[in-house]
Design a protein. Structure first.
Length: 134
């Protein structure tokens, strides 16, 4: 019989799995922070979604950069400008995807969850191969 668990670790690598799980931890914290902000201010207090979306992005970029740099990728270089540009790019995608999903879902926060699910793996690969390179 084929041991798929061992095969998967051989193909992907233990380092990748460990690093990706740390990435997911930071991403989950950023995601929870941003989704809570969007839910509170757009869905409960009825502030304009676009304004809340972009203001919450600024906070999460700062939080995420520090945590990704120190905890996930352990990068000593200066990569904030790359990190910022990548996040702006993915946030534009998130904004349009979540705005589209809002037509089918009742809350902006749920629409944001859907868009984040789509962009997560692409964001990780961009961080790993472009932003936090050694």
């Amino acid at each position: 019989l084929i041991n798929f668990r061992k095969l998967k670790l051989t193909i992907i690598g233990k380092k990748f799995i460990f690093q990706f799980s740390k990435y997911q931890s930071v991403t989950l914290l950023n995601f929870a922070t941003r989704t809570s902000i969007i839910y509170l201010f757009s869905d409960i207090f009825k502030y304009n979604y676009a304004v809340v979306f972009w203001i919450s992005l600024i906070y999460v970029i700062l939080q995420g950069y520090f945590l990704h740099k120190k905890y996930v990728f352990k990068n000593q270089g200066e990569s904030f400008l790359k990190y910022f540009c990548v996040n702006v790019f993915f946030s534009i995608l998130d904004y349009f995807i979540s705005s589209y999903f809002k037509y089918y879902l009742s809350l902006y926060s749920l629409a944001f969850v859907g868009s984040a699910a789509i962009t997560t793996i692409f964001r990780y690969l961009t961080y790993k191969n472009f932003v936090f390179t050694k």
